[in-house]
Design a protein around this ligand. Structure first.
Ligand code: VGL
Ligand code: ZN
Length: 210
């Protein structure tokens, strides 16, 4: 059994309506993990959230690239970008965190992807691999050294947040059954391989809850 301490943080990634069933970029089964995340959160003193937060003309939207469809790619200055349906736009319901989350002691919501020209899957840094969100500074000031990552989607925002957390010197564990994936074109298998290579650990919720 894993013991959770005040040096640990639960990072709840992108539990927003657009990623839940009925949303514009719905992740299959995304709603199923809400009760489990609520149960896990009760074990943690420290909980933070990430929130995908895009302007309506964000560069990651297929709608901004004439002739392109969602899930196709374009080459941008920082690399290859997957194009998405419009999602998580400022001040829309789709961008709101699910009201079914019951985590009143959650401490911080870190928004990402708000620069029009840069996407950000990671809660730590944007896709240009330069622009930092401030999350590492926050966690270091709070004397946190281990991250447990849950939420949506395993193969994008969860995976990138985990990998960047490990690169930033944190011990990082993903709680697999408290995530769900998009799994487009092999992205889930690739994400698990990339996480393993980065030293990210992979556990199930029973390892924490018993
Ligand atoms: C995400 C695609 C685009 C995610 C965010 O939360 O995994 N995926 N924006
Ligand atoms: Zn996004």
């Amino acid at each position: 059994m894993i013991e959770i301490t005040p040096k640990d943080v639960l990072v709840v990634v992108d539990m927003q309506y657009d990623f839940l069933p009925g949303g514009s970029l719905a992740v299959s089964g995304g709603d199923e993990i809400v009760p489990l995340i609520n149960t896990l959160a009760k074990r943690f003193t420290n909980v933070v959230f990430t929130q995908d937060w895009h302007p309506a003309d964000h560069i990651s939207f297929a709608s901004q690239h004439p002739g392109k469809n969602p899930f196709e790619t374009v080459d941008l200055p920082y690399g290859t970008q997957v194009l998405w349906p419009d999602h998580c736009m400022w001040n829309t319901r789709g961008a709101e965190l699910s009201a079914d989350l019951d985590i009143p002691h959650g401490q911080l919501i870190i928004r990402k992807g708000y620069v029009r020209t840069i996407d950000s899957y990671s809660g730590f840094q944007e896709a240009d691999r330069e622009t930092l969100t401030g999350l590492a500074g926050y966690l270091n000031e709070r004397d946190v050294d281990r991250l447990y990552v849950v939420g949506l989607a395993t193969d994008f925002c969860v995976g990138w947040t985990a990998i960047d957390g490990a690169a930033g010197g944190f011990d990082v564990t993903v709680i697999e059954d408290a995530t769900r994936a998009i799994d487009n074109a092999g992205s889930l298998a690739k994400a698990w391989a990339d996480m393993a290579e980065a030293g990210v650990e992979r556990v199930m919720s029973k390892d924490i809850l018993g």
